[in-house]
Design a protein around this ligand. Sequence first.
Ligand SMILES: *[C@@H]1O[C@H](CO)[C@@H](O)[C@H](O)[C@H]1NC(C)=O
Ligand SMILES: *[C@@H]1O[C@H](CO)[C@@H](O)[C@H](O)[C@H]1NC(C)=O
Ligand SMILES: *[C@@H]1O[C@H](CO)[C@@H](O)[C@H](O)[C@H]1NC(C)=O
Ligand SMILES: *[C@@H]1O[C@H](CO)[C@@H](O)[C@H](O)[C@H]1NC(C)=O
Ligand SMILES: *[C@@H]1O[C@H](CO)[C@@H](O)[C@H](O)[C@H]1NC(C)=O
Ligand SMILES: *[C@@H]1O[C@H](CO)[C@@H](O)[C@H](O)[C@H]1NC(C)=O
Ligand SMILES: *[C@@H]1O[C@H](CO)[C@@H](O)[C@H](O)[C@H]1NC(C)=O
Ligand SMILES: *[C@@H]1O[C@H](CO)[C@@H](O)[C@H](O)[C@H]1NC(C)=O
Ligand SMILES: *[C@@H]1O[C@H](CO)[C@@H](O)[C@H](O)[C@H]1NC(C)=O
Ligand SMILES: *[C@@H]1O[C@H](CO)[C@@H](O)[C@H](O)[C@H]1NC(C)=O
Length: 725
Amino acid sequence: MHIASLLVPAIALASLASGQYVVPAADGSDGWADALGKAKALVAQMTQEEKLNITQQNNDFPRVGEIDRLGYTGLFYADGAEGIRGASYSSAFPQALNGAATWDRNLLYRRAVAIGQEARAKGINVQFGPGVNLMRTPNAGRGFEYNGADPYLAGQAGAQHVQGVQSQGVMSTVRHYIGNDQETGRRWTSSNMGDRTAHELYLWPFQDAVKAGVASTMCSYNGLNGTYSCADPMSLGKWLHEELKFQGWVLSDFGAITFGEEIDAANAGVDTTRVADPPSAPFPFGPGSALSAAVANNSVSQDRLDDMVHRIVSAWYKLGQDQDYPAYNTSVNSLSKEHNELIREIGAKSIVLLKNSNSVDLLGAPFGGGAGAGPGGFGPDSDQGNFLGGSGSSYVIPPYQVTLLDALNQQAREQNTQVFAYLDNFNHTVQASQASTGNLAWATCLVDVRQTCGEGYDRANLTASWGGDQTILSVASQCANTVVIYSACGPFNTTTWGDHPNVTAILNAGGLGQEAGNSLVDVLYGVVNPSARLPYTLAQDISDYPALPDLTIETLNTSFVDIDYNEGLFIDYRWFDKNDIAPAFEFGFAGLSYTTYKYSNLSVQPSTATLQKTVAASSDEVFDCLAIITVDITNSGQIGGSEIPQLYIGSPADGAPIKVLRGFDTVGLDAGAKKTVEFQLTRRDLSFWDTYNEGWTLPEGDHQVYIGASSRDIRETGKMKFTLA
Ligand SMILES: *[C@@H]1O[C@H](CO)[C@@H](O)[C@H](O)[C@H]1NC(C)=O
Ligand SMILES: *[C@@H]1O[C@H](CO)[C@@H](O)[C@H](O)[C@H]1NC(C)=O
Ligand SMILES: *[C@@H]1O[C@H](CO)[C@@H](O)[C@H](O)[C@H]1NC(C)=O
Ligand SMILES: *[C@@H]1O[C@H](CO)[C@@H](O)[C@H](O)[C@H]1NC(C)=O
Ligand SMILES: *[C@@H]1O[C@H](CO)[C@@H](O)[C@H](O)[C@H]1NC(C)=O
Ligand SMILES: *[C@@H]1O[C@H](CO)[C@@H](O)[C@H](O)[C@H]1NC(C)=O
Ligand SMILES: *[C@@H]1O[C@H](CO)[C@@H](O)[C@H](O)[C@H]1NC(C)=O
Ligand SMILES: *[C@@H]1O[C@H](CO)[C@@H](O)[C@H](O)[C@H]1NC(C)=O
Ligand SMILES: *[C@@H]1O[C@H](CO)[C@@H](O)[C@H](O)[C@H]1NC(C)=O
Ligand SMILES: *[C@@H]1O[C@H](CO)[C@@H](O)[C@H](O)[C@H]1NC(C)=O
C-alpha cells in the first residue's frame, strides 16, 4: 500500500481515502543506520504492550515507556522555546525571535548549547524547540517563539538550534509542523497553501532542521488544505518522510489527536502522542487505545507500530542516551555564570537600534513600569519587570531579573551618573511633569514600554499595552532627548511617536530574558556596538502587510475554517518589494551601528558545469554548491563592530519574488580592518519548486545577485547564469 513518492501528484495523495496511506519505515539513511540497527535489536525483545507504551505520554507517567528489564530508560520531555519550562533553577534566555535578530550563527548555536546543558543537567531527554514557523502575519501570537519572516533565516537559525541542543546529547523537537502560523482558531483552521509556497516557504526551514539531524518533529493543531496536520499523508508522509527522508520520530502537539484521527495519524507518520492536560481516557495511542485496537485488526500494520518504536528508540541511541544519562530531576540547579553572561551578550546583540539622532551615552531618568519592579509584581503579562517574551507554554520563570533600573543604578554607582526613576505607567500628566525634571542638558529620558503577547491569541493590533504610546508622547513633550525602549513579540506601531523630534533613539528590544537591564545598558553605554538586524518588516500601515490573522474565528466546531494563503510566496519583504511599499523599517534593517562599513569587490562564480535541470526533492544534490559569491567588507568608521552582510538572489523563474535572502554572515572588524566574506549557494537556493516535476528546477536566464546591509540597502550587484542540460 505504500505509494512511491515521485509518481503520485500531491493533490491526488491528499485525497486518498483514510487509512490507505502508510508512511515509509525508517531506513537508516543520513547516518542513522547504526542507531537503527541497535533499536531493531532492542525492540525485537519488547512485548506488544511495551511497544504500545512507547507511543504515548500519559501525564501520570512523565517518562515515556521505560523498560527496566531491557535497560531502556524511556524519555522525559521539556517544553519551552526560551529555556526549560516548568523547572526550578532554569535560565530565562532571550526569546527565540531575539536569537534570530542577532543573525549570528555562533550565538544561536551557543544559546542552544546552553539550553541543551540545562536540559541534560536535569535529566531531560527531549527539549521542545526550535520553532520554525514563519511570521506570515505581523500579529501572530507565537511569533516570539519562532525565527522571523524568512525561510532561509528561520532554517539557518533552526539548524544551529538543533546542532547546539543535540551536541549535549539532548533531542531537539522542531515544530509546529506545518502551517500553524496563527493562534486564533488553531485547532479548527485549515492553512491552505499551494505546493510551491509550501516548499519554498513553510517546509523550507523544517528541511534545514532535518538536515541538521533533528531527532523529532512536532505536528501541529491546525489543518493543511483540509486535513489535520497530524493525520496528513501529504505533509507528514510525502514531504517529511519521503522527500526529506526524516529518520526521527513525530510527536503530536498536546491533545492534537482528539478527533477520531488516530488511525490516519499513525499511518501518516505520527509515532507518539502526548495527551492533553489534564489527561482524559481513552488515549489515542498506548495500551488499550484506539491505536492498539487498530493494530489488532490491521488497520494500522504491525510493521508501522514497530517502525514507530524503532524511530523513537533509534533516536535514543543516536543521541547516546543509552550511556550514563543523568537521572531526571527538574529541581537540579542548571544555572551558571556562563549562561548569565551569554544571555546578556545575546540580549545586547539582539537589540536593533532603529533610530539614533544623538549619541546616546549619558543617562538620566527612566520612565515606565518596565524599567523596574513596581508593586504589580512580575509575570509574562505584567507591566512590571523585564519583558521576558510572550506568555504560554514557552514561558520560563526567571531565576532573577536584572531590570533596566537595576542596571542603570549599577552603572551610576560605577560611573558617577545620576538616575531618577518614575515607574507608573498610567498617569500621563505626572509622566510629563517628571520628564521635565530630566530635561537638563546632560540628561536622557528613557521610556521603557511593551506590548504583551502570548500563545493562544494573536495581537489585535501592534500598539503598546498599558498606554505605552501615550507615555512616550507625554515624556517626549517635555524632554528633548527621549530614548524609547520597546519590547514586543514582533513588529510594533511607531506611527504616533516614531518621527517625534524629541524621540532621539528607538531600541527594538524584543524579549531579552533575565539579563535585560544589563543587555540594554551595554548598548546604551556603547559597550556593545549594535549589530542586530530586523528579522521581519516594520510597516507604516497595518494594511501594508499581505496578510493578517482572522480574529473572528471564536467558536470551536469540528469543520475547518479556511485560512487561504493568497499571498503565496509574497510574505513580508517579498510583498513590500513586489508592491513597492515603503516600510517604516525594512527586513534585515541594519539598525544604527556606532560605525560604518564599506562593501567592495563583489565576485560571482557560478558553476561552469552543464547541470541537470531538475533534481528530485529527496536527492542529496539538493544541497550541492552551485555558486560562490565573495565580497570585501571594510570597517570605515572609528570603532570596532560587527557587520552582517546579506545576500539576496533575484531568480529569473516565473512568479519569483524580486529578491529572496540566501546568505548572511557575521563579520567582526576592528576600525579600518577589511575581510573577504564568502557565500556558497546550493541548488535549492537557486531553484524554484517545480510542482509538475516534483523537484527543484533551475530556471533559465540571469540570476541577479544583491549584497547589502539590509533588504533595501543593497551595496553591490551582479548576475550569473547556468548551463543546463
Ligand atoms: C508503561 O510506562 C510506564 C511509564 O514509564 C510504566 O510505569 C509502566 O510500567 C509501563 N507499562 C508497561 C506494560 O511496560
Ligand atoms: C491545496 O489546495 C489548493 C486548492 O485545491 C491547491 O491549489 C494546492 O496545490 C493544494 N496544496 C498542496 C500543497 O497540495
Ligand atoms: C479497527 O479498529 C479500529 C479501532 O477500534 C476501528 O476504528 C476500525 O473501524 C476497525 N477497522 C476494521 C476494518 O474493523
Ligand atoms: C533532586 O534534586 C534536588 C536538588 O539538587 C535534590 O534536593 C533532590 O534530592 C533530588 N531528588 C532526587 C529524587 O534525587
Ligand atoms: C495624576 O496624578 C496627579 C498628581 O498626583 C493627580 O492629581 C491626578 O488626578 C492623577 N491623574 C490620574 C488620571 O490619575
Ligand atoms: C489594540 O488592541 C487592544 C487589545 O485588543 C485594545 O485594547 C486596544 O484598544 C487596541 N488599540 C488600538 C489603537 O486599536
Ligand atoms: C521637545 O522638548 C522640549 C523640551 O526640551 C519642548 O519644549 C518641546 O515642545 C518638545 N517638542 C515637541 C514637539 O513636543
Ligand atoms: C499604527 O496605528 C495607526 C493608527 O491607529 C494605523 O493607522 C496604522 O495602520 C498602524 N500601523 C501599524 C503598522 O500597525
Ligand atoms: C463554525 O462556527 C462558525 C462561527 O460560529 C460558524 O460561522 C460556522 O457556521 C460553523 N461551522 C460549522 C460547520 O458548524
Ligand atoms: C578582489 O577579489 C579578488 C578575488 O575575487 C582578489 O583576487 C582581488 O585581489 C580583490 N581586489 C581587491 C582590490 O581587493
